[in-house]
Design a protein. Structure first.
Length: 116
């Protein structure tokens, strides 16, 4: 008869897989083994309120970034986690940034091509 895994064993297995996936994401996004620091971490989606997820994320931040222990992940609730809207949201934010940049150039008396 095969012994059944306890809920704690199952949670540890899931946590290990989650931690490995987050660490892989950090490694693939960088050329250094330990990042210098983070400014902010934004988390959005349906599982952001899960305390277990937050604990694993905090551990990964602590292990991989010099200031990881002091960075508190921020839940972003007003953004839609639906990937169908991600592209349009990025384009809208890019447009707003571009307009702000153009206003800054015009108030400084520079042309659009001075930055080149």
């Amino acid at each position: 008869m095969q012994a059944r895994k306890s809920a704690a064993d199952s949670d540890e297995t899931c946590n290990a897989a989650l931690e490995a996936a987050l660490c892989k994401m950090v490694r693939e996004s960088s050329t250094t083994t330990k990042q210098q620091g983070l400014g902010a971490v934004f988390v959005f989606g349906e599982k952001t309120a899960d305390e277990n997820f937050a604990a694993v994320l905090r551990q990964v931040l602590h292990d991989n970034f010099s200031n990881g222990a002091s960075v508190i992940p921020v839940r972003v609730e007003h953004f839609s986690p639906d990937l169908a809207f991600a592209g349009s949201r990025v384009m809208a934010m890019l447009e707003l940034s571009q307009k702000a940049f153009q206003r800054e150039l015009s108030t400084g008396g520079k042309s659009k091509h001075d930055e080149l």
